[in-house]
Design a protein around this ligand. Sequence first.
Ligand code: GUN
Ligand code: ZN
Length: 440
Amino acid sequence: MTLYRARVLDTPDDAWPDDGDGLRAGDDVGLVVDDGVITERGPFADVRATHPGEAVIDLRDGWLLPGLVDTHVHYPQVRVIGALGMPLLEWLDRCALPEEQRLAAPAYAAEVASEFVGSLVAAGTTTALVFGSHYPGAVDALFTEAARFGLRVTSGLVVSDRVLPEPLLVTPEQAHADAVALAQRWHGTGRARYAVTPRFSLSAGDAMLESCGGVLADVPDAWFTSHVNENPAEVAEVARLFPDCDHYVDSYDRFGLLSQRAVLAHDVHPMDAELACLAARGTAVAHCPSSNSALGSGLFPLRRHLEHGVQVALGSDVGAGTGFSMFKEGLHAYFVQGLLGADGVALTPGRLLHLATRAGALALGLGDEVGDLSVGRQFDAVCLRPPGGTALDIGLRHADSPEEALGKIFALAGDADVADVWVGGDQISSGGLSRPLRRP
Ligand code: GUN
Ligand code: ZN
């Protein structure tokens, strides 16, 4: 067992009551971690009294937070981050899809997988729903690399049978066979889980979506993820391609793809009927604010999602999103809600932390395991320790309250401040990306 002593910020409770945001702050907390699980938590002096002889790992020079959860991030797009100035469909054509075709080469895919997983670790992301590759070998490379660090990755083969460049297309039959074979190798292997992943219904016709339903039937407890309602031109094209569907969400729902084990990314332009459907199915939405701004997709209607009872978490949406930092995504989410004025939701620092941790864990069905630092959870955590003299270091030293400190973290924290990262009690990074522990 290990005894940690730390300043801890986490959000185990409801983030949306009228009179608060669920932030729990402990100035001098003792955490006992046994076999990767938090078994005791309390004031350090109390925990110490029951373990007088135990060595203490003292983290009070930093701030301990739950490991961050990214509910929508594209592994093959790590090298195309930062291509600004295009709307979705043009960006796909000119930037994302040419790069994604390069992952057909195994050596290229292995390099990108290593860069991608290293970037997650550097950002302090310990759990992620990852949009995979169109190529099975590249999906194997991702799961292999994630397993080296023990990251909690849910991912799968991206499938499409129309509209995209020909090298990215596959028949529904082949897609089914490849997906089931990948799921047999990875679903439930270590911390990996399989996600059935049509790119979006714009690029997946009826037969392909039916084949996706077949994979869900053949792989018990598999997950489902895709895109929805991101961009007005995309929404209009999906309506044209599915004349019998009530709306975009219906293009997935009528094939039985939506459930509590499904996450749809974006949903910037939903109808009320779509929100009602998502709520009824228990399907979560990954809000990807930096991507929505970078592609000019629109301002996310968080209030309408919450009013309909739709679960919302955060996604970086790398590479349309502008980086892996969930702190940056939180800050962008805050900006967007501010821009919405009276239609926006007041995103306090506690709510931002909730969106970046506990909400993601709940959206991914991992709420009993990760997302906060309560007794019974896995010890997935990050310790932020900004380099001396940086604005974050100065700000944190002068913060008068935990809320203020957390606001500074969301305003200023980046990869350089993520000093230590643990997954399931194992430390996988110490001192940031410059000293990762599990790399050759
Ligand atoms: N819709 C279909 N594919 C993509 C993608 O790669 N990124 C984003 N943001 N939206 C998509
Ligand atoms: Zn995406």
